[in-house]
Write a protein that binds this ligand. Structure first.
Ligand code: ADP
Ligand code: MG
Length: 242
């Protein structure tokens, strides 16, 4: 039984069908990287997994709950799913500590004292103990993204979704963010990561999914997909990016 199960997922915006029938599962503790050309539907797919998008057809089951069923409390499901975006989306008027403490305190999950302790522990984990009082505008892109990861972890999720977490970063900052993600993967977090970092995908993922035109065109262990791609479109994509 997959921790995430996607069955016959379709998503249209008006007459534009962006996801054309996606079937896949993610097992507990699995790290799945999603690759593919721009516009292939990767972000839309990821957003369907925590219902940031309403779907047009099919089912998305997370921890045995059909997240599009009106009887499902989507907020409960989302508490277990952390999401990290390309553009960080930190609260600009809160310092780092408050950014991380905000959701657990606001949602009544932790007392202020607990949330502060959690935030300080998470900051240590992402290597930013000295930035607790800083504001987002005082941080580099790599630091902001590490705060965003810490903030997502503050709710103690058991699934993490990443949408191109390093695409907005200067090259010298990519490594520090990927390093934090590698640690998470090693600790057994269930992760879906949309990325253009092929070296990272190859090293860290258990499985790679190649999307094109709203379909999963090819998937398999990274050594297979990168080393011996079968589909024409995978081959041509990899020729461009590798
Ligand atoms: P990717 O992440 O692979 O680049 P996206 O999922 O962002 O692809 O986009 C896939 C397609 O869906 C694109 O054609 C895009 O224009 C369209 N699309 C994405 N989000 C929206 C939206 N909110 N409204 C209308 N069209 C959208
Ligand atoms: Mg995208």
């Amino acid at each position: 039984m997959g921790k995430i199960r996607v069955e016959g997922l379709k998503k249209s915006y008006g007459s534009n069908e962006v996801l054309k029938g996606i079937d896949m599962q993610v097992q507990e503790g699995e790290v799945v990287c999603v690759i593919g050309p721009s516009g292939s539907g990767k972000s839309t797919f990821l957003r369907c997994i925590n219902r940031l998008e309403d779907i047009t057809a099919g089912r998305v089951i997370v921890d045995e709950r059909d997240i599009n069923d009106p009887k499902t409390d989507i907020n409960k499901v989302r508490e277990n799913i952390g999401m990290v975006f390309q553009h960080f989306n930190l609260f600009p008027h809160f310092n780092v500590l408050k950014n991380i403490m905000f959701a657990p305190v606001e949602l009544g999950k932790q007392s202020k004292e607990e949330a502060r302790a959690t935030a300080l522990r998470l900051l240590e984990r992402v290597g930013l103990s000295d930035k607790a009082e800083a504001f987002p505008s005082q941080l580099s892109g790599g630091q902001k993204q590490r705060v965003a990861i810490a903030r997502a972890l503050a709710m103690n999720p058991d699934i993490m979704l990443f949408d191109e977490p390093t695409s907005a970063l200067d090259p010298e900052m990519v490594g520090e963010v990927l390093g934090v993600m590698k640690d998470l993967a090693r600790e057994g977090m269930t992760m879906m990561i949309v990325t253009h970092e092929m070296g990272f995908a190859r090293e860290v993922s258990d499985r790679v999914i190649f999307m094109d035109g709203g379909y999963i065109v090819e998937e398999g262990p990274p050594a297979e997909v990168f080393g011996n791609p079968k589909n024409e479109r995978t081959i041509s994509f990899l020729e461009k990016v590798l």
